[in-house]
Design a protein around this ligand. Structure first.
Ligand SMILES: Nc1ncnc2c1ncn2[C@@H]1O[C@H](COP(=O)(O)OP(=O)(O)O)[C@@H](O)[C@H]1O
Ligand code: SF4
Ligand SMILES: [Mg+2]
Length: 364
């Protein structure tokens, strides 16, 4: 089976820009990332702010070109695409942005915002068809057809994100990439939007690639998770396996640092000490070594490569066989209460969808 999206040794380096610190230096944002996403899968990319998630997501959809490496979409290299080929790719892969306030042009009506991708990618539709489809899309994302004549500022953050999702769907994509699609929203609204995405995935037969800094957001909606640290994947595999038994020291720390977990942490969470190092000058060898409790001399010398473990996941750590495996259990029962509540919030959203319970009333 050909993967619908394949990243091959992707590298993205930026010029660090002028100024005392940056002159002549590079930002190593993404440093050799490879993975495959299968059709119909929900694939999550997780890691702290600054680890290169947005850069990777933008490279996948060719919003930016990689420094080296390639992206294959349905087996075709996107690096060489131009003109019509690139336009086709753009309709196939659509993007949902993090900030629903800045990503929608305030001067365009909701109807015009949703019709725009249809004009670009589906020129066969006439104005009447575009209007009918816009009305339908608005209903499918939980808004009303009458909202078409209103403007983005009249809506809440959650509703604006729904408009952004309708706009992405208007191009009839096969792949939807969400770059932290709920992180700017209130916690109560986050679960609703995750629920909506899971629903639309089934309804439209989509492949979802979701970027998040919070494991709780993606755990229950994802089939597989890739954990990123400073531009590299450190652990990748089945979403349940990785969250129940994280093996890489960074994934273990990320699990116990789920938002709110710090507030009433009562189970010795492995708190991440210090800031994520600068990607302008990443640590040699294992990039996590400056914050890793298990680091030894070899960690500074040799880059750990991804190795497949018995359960089929891949881990990039020289000592993954010796480091104790965290056991959070299938329902994360070993986590502190607040973290458990956060996981449950998103599990509830996904389960409600599975049981076909529709939410009543206006979405906030
Ligand atoms: N256009 C750019 N020019 C220079 N540096 C950039 C640019 N875009 C991102 N970066 C840097 O690349 C690193 C990764 O950024 P990003 O991909 O946005 O991470 P994340 O989405 O995980 O927060 C950061 O250090 C960021 O400052
Ligand atoms: S390779 Fe070394 S520094 Fe990196 S995660 Fe493993 S033990 Fe820690
Ligand atoms: Mg980002």
């Amino acid at each position: 089976m050909t993967a619908i999206v394949e990243a091959i040794d992707l590298v993205k380096e930026f010029d660090a820009g002028g100024g005392m610190l940056g002159k002549g230096k590079k930002v190593y944002a993404v440093s050799g990332v490879s993975f495959e996403v299968q059709r119909g899968e929900t694939f999550a990319i997780v890691g702290e702010s600054g680890c290169g998630k947005s850069t990777l997501a933008r490279t996948l959809s060719r919003l930016i070109a990689p420094t080296s490496g390639d992206v294959l979409v349905q087996g075709t290299s996107v690096g060489a695409l131009k003109g019509r080929g690139l336009r086709d790719l753009r309709s196939k892969i659509q993007f949902i942005f993090q900030d629903p306030f800045s990503s929608l042009n305030p001067r365009m009506s909701v109807g015009a915002l949703i019709a725009e991708p249809m004009e670009v990618h589906r020129p066969d539709l006439n104005a009447k068809q575009r209007r009918a489809e816009t009305a339908q899309l608005l209903r499918q994302v939980g808004l009303r057809a009458a909202h078409m004549d209103r403007y983005p500022h009249e809506f809440s953050g959650g509703q604006r994100q729904r408009i952004g999702i309708a706009r992405a769907l208007a191009a009839k994509p096969e792949i939807l990439i969400g770059d932290e699609p709920v992180s700017a929203l209130d916690v109560s609204v986050q679960a609703q939007v995750i629920n909506l995405l899971a629903d639309l995935k089934t309804e439209f037969g989509l492949t979802l690639i979701i970027v998040a800094h919070d494991l709780a957001v993606v755990r229950h909606m994802s089939d597989r998770i890739a954990v990123m640290y400073l531009g590299r994947i450190v652990e990748i595999g089945d979403a349940d396996a990785i969250t129940a038994n994280p093996r890489h020291p960074y994934t273990q720390a990320l699990m116990s640092a789920v938002p709110e977990a710090r507030i009433d942490a009562n189970r010795n969470p492995i708190l991440l000490e210090g800031e994520i190092p600068s990607p302008i000058n990443p640590p040699s060898g294992c990039r996590f070594r400056t914050r890793c409790a298990f680091a030894k001399a070899i960690c500074a010398e040799k880059i750990p490569l991804l190795e497949t473990t018995k359960d089929g996941r891949e881990v990039a750590c020289h000592f993954h066989k010796e480091i104790p495996v965290s056991d959070y259990g299938s329902e994360t029962q070993a986590l502190p209460e607040a973290a458990k509540r956060r996981f449950a919030l998103f599990r509830g959203a996904v389960n409600a969808r599975k049981e076909n319970k529709t939410q009543q009333g206006e979405y906030q």
